[in-house]
Design a protein around this ligand. Structure first.
Ligand SMILES: [Zn+2]
Length: 274
């Protein structure tokens, strides 16, 4: 699933290709991926609107329109979003197309069809997408050791589970949860409330560091991105522990172990992570 670094990568890639362009037409090939409002209303409302910018909140990507309306996108498991020339071959699982001026179009493709789009009108209260329930961004000043310590007090759940809780901090999923806890030398099953003030501080500094590094490593050219049809940008070769069960720990050489935390597979080093 795309996590914060991947959504940020998508945002940075598509922004220069769509900003300033008018939307000529919205086409919903599979209306069920449009969560709000209905697909017809969604498409009609977009016609003639001009793209002003893009934004990201956690794993949500926002396309800001000059009218004050926002298109909100969540890629979920297998969604991808890319701008293409209109004559670029259409993929099988293309669900939504926004035709833009200048013979370009923005395409939303999703094999498993869990991804969703919303259109929020200016002044419309967002009770739909879930964005308003998100905790702080890892890069926000309010996200610091003190905040994290407060947020984890009385949490008997495993720290890995808490890192994936979008109310505590937004943007982290299973992959970067493993990478962050390895960097912090904290065992994924530790009860969150057992973390010391020093560990909370360290974690609050490492979370943005690990995510930023991944954003840098994800970086690909718009040409490569299009060739891969909005996929293939994840910094897989750079993962230190995720997906590497049984392989030697990059720090101490011990074989990495796997444990299930809150129903999710977690990879960790039994010797480095206490
Ligand atoms: Zn180790």
């Amino acid at each position: 699933m795309p996590e914060l670094p991947e959504v940020e990568t998508v945002k940075r890639l598509i922004e220069p290709q769509i900003v300033g362009r008018h939307i000529l037409q919205g086409i919903a090939l599979h209306p069920q991926v449009i969560a709000h409002p209905g697909a017809d209303v969604f498409c009609n409302a977009l016609r003639g609107q001009r793209v002003q910018g893009t934004d990201r909140k956690g794993k949500f990507l926002l396309i800001n329109l000059e009218s004050g309306d926002d298109i909100v996108v969540h890629l979920r498991m297998t969604g991808s979003l890319y701008a293409a020339p209109t004559d670029f071959p259409l993929e099988k699982h293309t669900h939504v197309i926004l035709k833009l001026e200048g013979d370009r179009e923005l395409r939303f493709v999703d094999m498993r069809r869990f991804g969703r789009l919303w259109l929020l009108r200016r002044d419309e209260e967002d009770s739909f997408s879930g964005i308003t329930k998100l905790g702080p961004e890892p890069f926000a000043a309010e996200f610091n050791g003190g905040y994290l310590q407060d947020a984890l007090t009385n949490k008997k759940r495993a720290i890995k589970d808490c890192l994936l809780d979008q109310h505590i901090v937004t943007g982290i999923g299973n992959i970067y949860g493993d990478e962050i806890l390895f960097a912090a030398k904290i065992h994924p099953q530790r009860p969150a409330s057992s973390l010391s003030a020093e560990e909370c501080q360290r974690l609050s500094e490492l979370i943005p560091q690990v995510l930023l590094r991944a954003i840098e490593q994800n970086s690909i050219s718009p040409e490569e991105y299009l060739k891969e049809k909005g996929r293939g940008y994840r910094s897989t070769p750079y993962f230190k522990v995720y997906g590497k069960r049984g392989q030697p720990c990059p720090t101490c050489g011990e074989p990495l172990c796997r444990v299930i935390v809150a129903g999710r597979s977690s990879i960790y080093c039994p010797s480095c992570q206490k």
